[in-house]
Design a protein around this ligand. Structure first.
Ligand code: HEC
Ligand code: HEC
Ligand code: HEC
Ligand code: HEC
Ligand code: HEC
Length: 150
């Protein structure tokens, strides 16, 4: 029952993304997380890759695939693929990727992404999970640290 439930759940989640992108396949090719999630500027956001990054390969690779044709259409229109967000904080929380990835692995907050065909929110990003790790690392848990930074 549990397995059946899980597989239905994964199918539902997979159907949500506009293009069935697989981290498992692409990370297995040796592509690096930060090659696609470049953390520009101050690095608050990890960001999603530009479609031109995908097209470096997909101009030629799998051109016959319907999914790649959809990707190519976005790239031609210079429109970002409308990826459905998996991890999203409310606006009133301050978070910086660059500050965190200096000292912690992506997997700590996002799980073993390179092993996943489809991403789901498998790790919590609620206030308790933030505070527990801040305690562990002796980082601040002052309210303003995350809610109203100077
Ligand atoms: C380094 C080259 C490379 C880059 C960059 C790349 N891909 Fe791929 N992609 C591949 C290869 C090779 C395959 C075929 C993998 C397989 O079938 O095992 C593939 C397969 C796919 C497929 C499955 C197509 C099908 O119908 O089977 C999708 C969808 C896809 N890529 C989307 C993307 C997206 C979106 C990006 C950018 C975020 C991207 N790829 C970036 C090389 C690349
Ligand atoms: C070839 C480009 C590419 C590489 C390499 C890549 N990603 Fe991604 N990543 C994407 C795309 C495209 C999406 C949006 C589709 C999705 O959610 O699966 C995404 C989504 C994500 C998300 C979900 C973000 C959200 O909130 O919606 C996380 C987390 C993530 N990637 C982490 C990683 C990690 C960790 C690695 C390295 C192990 C990695 N990615 C490698 C292209 C890439
Ligand atoms: C300390 C926890 C933590 C670590 C470590 C972490 N992330 Fe995140 N990630 C988050 C949170 C929280 C969000 C939601 C951010 C928001 O909504 O403002 C997020 C969102 C994302 C997104 C969605 C787009 C964006 O920029 O918000 C991507 C992609 C992503 N992370 C990739 C990565 C990659 C790749 C790494 C490793 C290089 C990584 N993350 C390391 C917590 C983390
Ligand atoms: C894996 C452990 C870990 C998790 C989970 C974590 N943090 Fe942190 N965070 C740290 C550490 C360690 C620092 C201190 C970094 C330093 O001193 O350079 C830090 C620093 C920060 C900072 C200061 C950033 C800066 O630019 O100086 C903010 C804001 C923050 N965290 C918010 C959050 C929020 C919000 C969450 C939950 C969504 C979270 N953190 C989850 C370990 C974590
Ligand atoms: C390390 C980061 C961090 C610190 C420190 C922190 N918060 Fe939060 N807080 C969060 C995150 C992340 C959320 C969003 C939770 C979610 O989406 O489930 C949140 C949500 C909240 C909410 C809304 C809760 C709800 O259920 O809607 C309140 C109120 C709040 N925090 C108050 C505080 C107070 C008071 C303090 C100081 C005692 C504090 N926070 C310290 C990260 C933090």
């Amino acid at each position: 029952m549990r397995l059946l439930f899980l597989s239905v759940w994964f199918v539902v989640m997979a159907a949500e993304q506009p293009i069935p992108y697989s981290h498992k396949k692409h990370v297995a090719m040796g592509l690096e997380c930060k090659g696609c999630h470049t953390m520009p500027g101050k690095g608050e956001a990890a960001t999603f890759p530009a479609e031109s990054t995908c097209m470096q390969c997909h101009e030629a690779v799998k051109k016959e695939s319907a999914a790649i044709q959809k990707l190519t259409a976005y790239a031609k229109k210079k429109e970002p693929v409308p990826w459905v967000r998996v991890y999203k904080l409310p606006e009133y929380v301050w978070f910086s990727h660059k500050a965190h990835t200096a000292k912690t692995e992506c997997a700590r907050c996002h799980g073993d992404v390179g092993a996943r065909e489809v991403l789901v929110k498998e790790k919590p990003i609620d206030m308790n999970s933030c505070m527990n790790c801040h305690d562990e690392h002796k980082a601040s848990n002052e309210c303003n640290f995350c809610h109203n930074p100077a």
